[in-house]
Design a protein around this ligand. Structure first.
Ligand SMILES: Nc1ncnc2c1ncn2[C@@H]1O[C@H](COP(=O)(O)OP(=O)(O)OP(=O)(O)O)[C@@H](O)[C@H]1O
Length: 239
C-alpha cells in the first residue's frame, strides 16, 4: 500500500538526512521505525505525510504516485500523521477537533468511543478547550483520539509514548491493536520495547539509511543486542 523508492532528503544547507531509503508497507500491517536519535525517523514521517518534499525518489500510496501531492491531498487519500509534539488549537474544543478529524458531526456515543479508547471521560473533556489548561498527557491522548477519528488508511505516530503515564501507555497499545484489527496500517516511530514487541515488522533507521527491515521475530532480538552494546551507526567507519 505504501512504497518508498530511493527516498533522499537534504537540508537547504545540503546536509544529507536520508539517503536512498527504500521501504514497503503492506495494508493492515503494524510497522515500528526505530534507531538512534537523529537517524532520520521524523524526517521520514514528514516526507510520507507531505510536510516535507524529498530531494530524490518517489512515494507511491495505493498504487498512486503521491510524491508531488501536498499534505491535504495526502490526508484525503488516507494518510494521517500524529505529531511528536501535539498541536494546541486555541478556541477549539475537544469535540470540535474530533469532528474536524472525522470530517462530520459525531454523535455523543461516537465521541465517547474515541475518548474512551484513550482513557478520557467524554463528559469531562468534550467541551474543554484545547489550551494550556490541559496537561501534556491529556493533549497527547486527545491527539491520539483525533488520529483514531480520522479513520485513515495509514496512521503515522511519532513517539506516541512520550509524556504519557503507564496506564495511558497500556491503552495506547490497545489503540494500535484496535487499528490493526480494523485492517488499518500503522507506522509508529518509537524506541519503546513494548511497542517494538507488538510490531509486525521493524525498520531500523540509522544515519539516514535503512540498516535493517524485517519481521519482528527477526529484527527484535538483534536490536536488544545492539542496545546493550550502545549502538553506533558509524562504528564501522571508526574501526
Ligand atoms: N530542516 C532541517 N534542517 C537541518 N537539519 C535537519 C532538518 N530536519 C532534520 N534535520 C536534522 O536531521 C537529523 C535527523 O532528524 P530527525 O528528526 O528525522 O531524527 P529522528 O531519527 O527522528 O531523531 P529522534 O530519535 O531524536 O527524534 C537530525 O540531526 C536533525 O537535526
Amino acid at each position: 500500500m505504501l512504497e518508498l523508492k530511493g527516498i533522499s532528503f537534504q537540508t537547504p544547507e545540503r546536509r544529507e538526512i536520508l539517503n536512498e531509503v527504500g521501504l514497503r508497507l503492506e495494508k493492515g500491517k503494524f510497522i515500528v521505525v526505530t534507531g538512534p536519535n537523529g537517524g532520520g525517523k521524523t524526517t521520514l514521517a514528514k516526507l510520507i505525510s507531505g510536510i516535507e518534499k524529498p530531494s530524490g525518489g518517489r512515494i507511491v500510496f495505493d498504487g498512486r504516485d503521491i510524491t508531488d501531492m501536498d499534505i491535504t491531498q495526502r490526508a484525503r487519500l488516507g494518510i494521517c500523521y500524529a505529531f511528536q509534539q501535539p498541536v494546541r488549537f486555541k478556541g477549539l474544543t475537544v469535540r470540535d477537533i474530533l469532528e474536524l478529524a472525522a470530517g462530520r458531526f459525531l454523535r455523543e456515543e461516537e465521541l465517547c468511543g474515541y475518548l474512551m479508547e484513550v482513557g478520557l471521560c467524554a463528559q469531562d473533556y468534550m467541551g474543554r478547550e484545547i489550551d494550556a489548561s490541559l496537561s501534556g498527557g491529556e493533549i497527547k491522548r486527545i491527539e491520539i483520539a483525533t488520529a483514531l477519528a480520522r479513520e485513515a488508511k495509514l496512521t503515522i505516530f511519532d513517539e506516541p509514548e512520550a509524556g504519557i503515564d503507564l496506564w495511558s501507555f497500556n491503552s495506547l497499545i490497545g489503540v494500535f491493536q484496535a487499528l490493526r484489527k480494523k485492517g488499518k496500517s500503522v507506522m509508529v516511530i518509537s524506541h519503546q520495547e513494548r511497542i517494538l514487541a507488538i510490531a509486525d515488522e521493524i525498520v531500523v533507521l540509522a544515519d539516514g539509511k535503512v540498516v535493517r527491515h524485517g519481521p519482528k521475530a527477526e529484527v527484535f532480538p538483534t536490536l536488544l543486542g545492539e542496545q546493550k552494546q550502545s549502538f553506533c551507526p558509524r562504528q564501522e567507519e571508526r574501526i
